[in-house]
Design a protein around this ligand. Structure first.
Ligand code: DAU
Length: 330
């Protein structure tokens, strides 16, 4: 029953088709714009008067941050700080009860903690920040600004640090959709380094459910790690995708898609392992992930196979340029 206003700059990975199902709802509205545009944000806050702001806006792709760190500083650090400044002014203008209820929830990443060895204990909320890529450095910086706005000005902030998301509608620069689409197009499946790097896979619906739980239940100033309890190395993930494709959409020559796996030059500064200790959110807010990876990855592969038009539309000129830039010289 809540009203939602969605502010999105619609950069290369933004896609209004992803919101087609809610477009007509009377309690949903969309504004195209930048979180860093203070005049626009000021106007929206004054008119819409939100009870909460959830900041999903960010440049998120590690490989792109290696090529162009500045755009990450601009969106993730400057953009978030501008959004915080306008949120603070707005929050200060609210009457006491509304002020008490207001939340600024910042969506962040487990990458701020740096990397783990194979035997290390998973990241907790107490793990020291140690970002290794320009992307994670920009997210770490934005987390610090959010925290500082709580400590310095009392803004009721929340932070969640999630692990690798997967599911339908993910832009095909990320591992899973890239592998699905490359496979069916007969292209190489490019594994960076030796494929032993580990990620903790979280279904996007579980992530959204965790965000909603944190918004409803958490005390301002807190941060929560959100993970899928699902550590897998990249070869295991690609192996799972290949197995589903071999069954659901077999190659015309009868061979397995695994023939297309190609080991390519590693990502610079490639973090070896991320793993999340999500016991805080489980204990304090009674949240844990409900998706099973085998089912989640199957549904995801089938979604991409069944949504050819969506796939065609996202693979426009700028996507092709990126694929050329990132993979041609590897
Ligand atoms: O951990 C949360 C993070 O997960 C998010 O904060 C980031 O926004 C998100 O992009 C993701 O970061 P990763 O770098 O882990 O995701 P990516 O899908 O790019 O890569 C996953 C793993 O697969 C990583 O070890 C690199 C590897 N990889 C990726 C690509 C695109 C390959 O081996 N080949 C590839 O072509």
């Amino acid at each position: 029953g809540d009203s939602i206003l969605n502010l999105d700059k619609l950069t290369y990975s933004g896609n209004l088709e992803n919101l087609a199902s809610v477009k007509g709802n009377t309690n949903y509205s969309f504004v195209r714009g930048d979180i860093g545009d203070r005049a626009l944000v000021n106007k929206i806050l004054g008119e819409f008067k939100p009870q909460a702001i959830v900041n999903f806006a960010a440049e998120t792709h590690v490989d792109r941050s290696v090529v162009d760190p500045n755009s990450f500083v601009q969106s993730n650090v400057v953009g978030t700080t501008n959004l915080l400044l306008e949120s603070l002014d707005y929050w200060r203008s609210l009457e006491e009860e509304k002020k008490r209820q207001f939340r600024f929830h910042h969506i962040s990443t487990d990458e701020v903690y740096g990397t783990l060895g194979f035997e290390d204990a998973p990241f907790t909320e107490e793990t020291a920040y140690s970002p290794n890529s320009p992307y994670s450095a920009s997210k770490a910086s934005s987390d610090h600004f959010v925290r500082a706005f709580h400590e310095t000005y009392g803004l009721p902030t929340l932070i969640s640090n999630c692990s690798n998301n997967y599911g339908p509608r993910q832009f095909p620069e990320k591992l899973i959709p890239l592998m699905i689409l490359n496979a069916i197009e007969g292209k190489p499946l490019p594994i960076y380094g030796n494929g032993k790097n580990i990620r903790d896979w979280l279904h996007v619906n579980d992530h959204c459910d965790a965000i909603s739980t944190i918004l409803k239940k958490a005390v301002p100033g807190e941060s929560y790690n959100v993970g899928g309890n699902c550590e897998k190395n990249n070869l295991e993930v690609v192996g799972a995708v290949v197995k589903i494709l071999d069954k659901e959409c077999p190659r015309s020559d009868g061979k397995s898609y695994s023939e297309q796996i190609t080991f390519v030059k590693d990502r610079p500064g490639h973090d070896l392992r991320y793993a999340i200790d999500a016991s805080k959110i489980k204990k304090e807010l009674r949240w844990s992930p409900s998706f099973n990876f085998d089912q989640g990855i199957r549904d995801t592969v089938l979604w991409y196979l069944n949504n050819e038009e969506w796939v065609r539309n996202v693979k426009n000129g700028s996507y092709q340029d990126w694929i050329k830039q990132n993979y041609e010289e590897r």
